[in-house]
Design a protein around this ligand. Structure first.
Ligand code: T4K
Length: 402
């Protein structure tokens, strides 16, 4: 794509794309398979409360991940809350701040106190050494997040937990189909939690899951998901309504059947980005470990505020004006969001890597319906903007002065 500086939409030229390109575009898969299942569900008049689709999806997910229990839920946030309850946590929980705020909110919502931990700048995941320094006699657990589908250092985190008699929990919202040491995530010692939100590689419209090999945790989560009912009229624990609907499970099953194709399509786009964004000053591309399994749903770049000719914000401004809706996940870190910002101001002082990453990290469009040809155009636009940064800045300034 040959461009002149005046072609940029932000500078008054025409938008380059007919339709916006989004981060987290849902994969739809076999439309007829979804509609057929929904039709059968309506004929059956069994719409929720552990119906046949929910049970089938639980079995298939557990089998795929090689875990004893999969408890499906209405979304990933509720799954995190149920998992924290099923683990019987109380007190403080060490958790990264560089994550979607749902990770932290879910813990707070269940009465736990989050203690923010910094992350590793290379992997964006929890730093186990930093986590150990935060352990006190009030600590109940360490929560790791497999950010962007890159599993965090489960072994190192588990060793710290074991040394101090703590539980572990892993937020695997991004990591369905991703492996660590050749094994799919989902079976770590205590519990892992997935999201099957529309933006995730396995999509049930809204949905989530707790997976565990611990029978007690699995049983407690299952009971609490359904108000604590152990049987008709017999409530044996605190509970909530965390159930997945049959329509969601129908979508989840259809997605599951197409998972390999979704991952292949994500990977083709990821590779097109990797090629198209090579050797651009001030831009680094987060490469996935090709010796492991990845779902490639998240395409992540870092814009170096010192090495790049334009700031992350200016790049986003140009991209948005061109209908490329790149997103600043996760900006700012959860520790700079309410209620954490007000309740624990000291934390703002001691998360330098989180702040550093939040300032420079950008997610690029990926997901269903996106083709490598469109990716190539996005790369072209990014390259143009960064290579002609001084001109872009000058023209933006001119636009403001006019
Ligand atoms: N832990 C982590 C690490 C998470 O990232 C998340 C959720 C959770 C826990 C909690 O899981 P859930 O309770 O959500 O199951 C979105 C998603 O809603 C959220 O699931 C996800 N992480 C988060 C990273 O992203 P927003 O507020 O950014 O959504 P929104 O509406 O701005 O959409 C994001 C992008 O997806 C846009 O580019 C538009 C596109 N999109 C979205 C939807 C819903 C579509 O193209 N079609 C759609 O149907 O939170």
């Amino acid at each position: 794509m040959k461009r002149g500086i005046g072609d940029l939409a932000i500078l008054g030229g025409p938008p380059a794309f007919e339709e916006a390109l989004h981060v987290g575009r849902p994969h739809i898969g076999d439309r007829q398979a979804i509609l057929d299942r929904i039709g059968d569900m309506l004929d059956r008049r069994w719409l929720t409360n552990s119906g046949p689709y929910t049970e089938e999806l639980e079995e298939r997910v557990a089998d795929y991940l090689g875990v004893r229990h999969c408890v499906l839920t209405c979304n990933g946030t509720t799954a995190l809350q149920l998992a924290a309850r099923a683990l019987e946590l109380a007190g403080e929980v060490i958790v990264p701040s560089f994550t979607f705020v749902a990770t932290v909110h879910a813990l707070s919502w269940t009465g736990l106190t989050p203690v923010f931990c910094d992350v590793d700048p290379a992997t964006h995941n929890i730093d186990a050494v930093a986590a150990e320094k935060l352990v006190t006699d009030r600590t109940a657990a360490i929560v790791g997040v497999h950010l962007w589908g890159q599993p965090c250092a489960v072994e190192a985190v588990s060793e710290v937990a074991e040394r101090h008699g703590l539980r572990t929990m892993f937020d695997a919202a991004h990591a369905f189909g991703c492996s660590s040491g050749g094994r799919l995530v989902g079976g770590s010692p205590d519990a892992e939690v997935f999201s099957f939100h529309a933006t995730k590689v396995l999509n049930a419209f809204e949905g989530g899951a707790i997976t565990t090999n611990d029978d007690g945790i699995g049983e407690r989560a299952r009971l609490m998901r359904n108000f604590g009912f152990a049987d008709y009229d017999r409530v044996t624990s605190l509970g909530t309504n965390g159930k997945m609907s049959e329509a969601a499970a129908a979508m989840g099953l259809a997605s599951f059947e197409r998972l390999d194709a979704f991952i292949a399509s994500n990977r083709a786009n990821y590779l097109a980005y990797q090629t198209g964004l090579k050797d651009i000053d001030g831009l680094s591309f987060l490469s996935h470990d090709e010796t492991e399994r990845r779902n490639y749903q998240h395409v992540v770049v870092e814009v170096d505020p010192d090495g790049s000719s334009v700031s992350c914000d200016t790049l986003i401004r140009v991209l948005w004006a061109e209908n490329v809706l790149a997103r600043r996940y996760f900006h700012p870190g959860a520790h700079r969001m309410e209620p954490y910002r007000s309740s624990m101001p000291d934390d703002r002082e001691r998360l330098p890597v989180t702040d550093w990453l939040a300032d420079r990290t950008l997610l690029l469009p990926n997901g269903g319906g996106l083709e490598p040809t469109a990716v190539a155009r996005v790369c072209d636009l990014i390259r143009f903007t960064l290579e002609r940064g001084a001109d872009v800045r000058e023209r933006l300034q001119d636009g403001r002065d006019r």
